[in-house]
Design a protein around this ligand. Structure first.
Ligand code: ATR
Length: 277
């Protein structure tokens, strides 16, 4: 048994995870005594690692790539947003010994957009590029903001159409291919493809971003991603990467575990300053 409450992030690879740093900063800032570690856990070891972690007194876990779907299956019960996203990034030990699964990625994105960057998502036209796990996790929190339209565009068109269909009763949402984006305009374009990490971009027509519109890449890095650069070239009012989302999803997990909301702005500023040359 550990003396202070133990939390961890599991993933593979995990070496470059910023989560331990973020949660230690939150703990320091809020005066919470806790330990937060990172553990390299390949998918085939997930079951054993998570069982051991909680058997040894662990209080909560973050799960990242490639474990979010496995964590979803493992959780005893789930929040609505986790249920819909079919992925869990936060496991929290409950008083009765059961494990609650939540997904704080989508709310992390929405908080970053609204609270940190002053966007109003109601009545705007939103485009999500990509129809994989990252897209699925952000759809419901975005629809809750009542945008005018939410369009999902994907290389494999069927995946976009099917994903949109799953949420049809939650708001105005459709799926399409990149070819269908010609002559359309959006106020907010979110990149949720995994292409950005390898410096690639989906084919995007000129004029896709409305005047005064915003771009947001769910990925982040020390250098601006290919999509952040596309946003700048296309005169986005702001072209952002996912650093703010990362810190906000962590803050939401911290709140679930500790019942206290840390201030995110100083942590975002610190991490942002550290990546500047
Ligand atoms: P994640 O969990 O990060 O979303 P994923 O479920 O494997 O990962 O989904 C990756 C997404 O990026 C998919 O939408 C994928 O498009 P396909 O469904 O057509 O495969 C998209 N993607 C990956 N590389 C891409 C590229 N070079 N151009 C466009 N889309 C790409």
């Amino acid at each position: 048994m550990t003396l202070i409450d133990h939390y961890a992030v599991f993933g593979h690879p995990i070496k470059h995870s910023k989560s331990p740093r973020i949660h230690r900063l939150f703990a320091e800032q809020t005066g919470q005594a806790l330990e937060y570690t990172a553990q390299d856990v390949p998918a085939e070891q997930f079951q054993r690692a998570v069982t051991t972690f909680f058997a040894e007194g662990g209080k909560g876990l973050n799960c990242t790539v490639p474990l979010k779907e496995l964590a979803w299956s493992y959780a005893d019960h789930k929040t609505e947003r986790a249920q819909q996203s079919k992925a869990v990034n936060t496991l929290a030990l409950q008083a009765d010994g059961s494990l609650l699964g939540d997904n704080t990625d989508g709310i992390g994105l929405v908080t970053d957009l609204i609270a940190n960057h002053g966007l109003d998502l109601s009545e705007i036209r939103i485009l999500i590029l990509g129809a994989g796990g990252a897209s699925r996790g952000i759809i419901l929190p975005l629809l809750k903001q009542a945008p005018q339209t939410l369009v999902i565009a994907n290389r494999t068109v069927d995946k976009a159409v099917n994903l949109a269909a799953e949420f049809h009763n939650k708001g105005s949402i459709t799926g399409c291919g990149f070819d269908d984006l010609n002559n359309r305009q959006f106020d907010l374009i979110l990149n949720a493809t995994s292409a950005s990490l390898s410096g690639q971009l989906p084919p995007l027509p000129a004029g896709l971003l409305a005047t005064g519109g915003h771009c947001y890449d769910l990925a982040y890095g020390n250098e601006p991603t290919a999509f952040v650069r596309w946003g700048l070239e296309n005169h986005a009012a702001k072209s952002l990467d996912g650093l703010g989302m990362l810190v906000e999803q962590a803050a939401e997990a911290f709140f679930i575990w500790r019942g206290i909301r840390p201030q995110t702005q100083p942590v975002i500023e610190l991490l942002d300053a550290e990546r500047k040359p």
